[in-house]
Design a protein around this ligand. Sequence first.
Ligand code: NAP
Length: 289
Amino acid sequence: MTATLIDGRAVAARVRKEVARDVEALPAPPGLATIIIGDDPASAIYVRNKRRQCVEAGMRDLHRPLPGDISQARAAAVIDELAADPAVTAILVQLPLPPHLDAAALIDRIPPGKDVDGLTAGSAGRLALGRPGLRPCTPAGVLVLLDEIGVELAGAHAVVVGRSDLVGKPMAALLLQRHATVTVCHSRTRDLAATCRLADVLVVAAGVPGIVGVDGVKPGATVIDVGIHRTGTGLRGDVDADQVREVAGALTPVPGGVGPMTIAMLLRNTVTAAALCPSPDTASSRGRP
Ligand code: NAP
């Protein structure tokens, strides 16, 4: 069997187009505040891409670069100021933060309605309780890809490798909400390959290149590779794609699978946040009453 490759670039392009159309229909363009603290080069690239796509979708880029030696109190004050600003409909704090800062405490200052990364304790709680809210972008994007290829999640056995707050935990919660039977693996899981082999749907987000090989995939399974690793020969994922594509029914490539979906879902969340909380101040910025 040769796996169908799931084209995340094409799906992301469609989501971006839908977002641009939805932005047009809003009374005012959403305003996304991207906060970057310090000069981590990878973070700079991610934030630049997010800002560019935000503008391309017709939204306002309200970027706030902050110095790497900023104090916790000062960073908190900036977030509070953005939280109170009606022109700012969405706030994103690019991670990781410099080690002297308490990232969780800063993120928790973002109001739930502006939390477009879905990472505050409030958003995580809403997800855990199955209440409406903004969901973390990468797992939300995975769900869109699964829906795109028509995977039946109700009753399926989904295995998630990784339990981070950013990917693994929200992924498991989203799959559970869709009535999958969910198993979560992590670094203490005894027999990773045997557990992964149970999966009808396997989502791998361990941050370990090639950790899932052919012995970890049930024939015909849908395999979603969230990992991204820069190597001398280009980007690769957490799945040994050369092996796994011979066994899986469907597979996300790296690059071109989950990666493009993350920013697309950030844009989608930004529109959702703005629609939840339209601001009178930004309404006038398009000259509409
Ligand atoms: P993370 O915070 O480092 O979490 C990794 C998780 O994998 C942890 O829960 C860890 O278990 C588990 N793990 C590590 N080694 C393992 C092993 N040998 N066996 C089983 N589980 C193991 O990473 P993350 O932020 O979730 O990201 C995961 C990967 O996805 C990274 O490669 C990252 O670059 C990528 N990523 C991609 C996107 C995208 O847009 N495509 C977005 C976000 C992240 P413990 O909890 O026990 O330590």
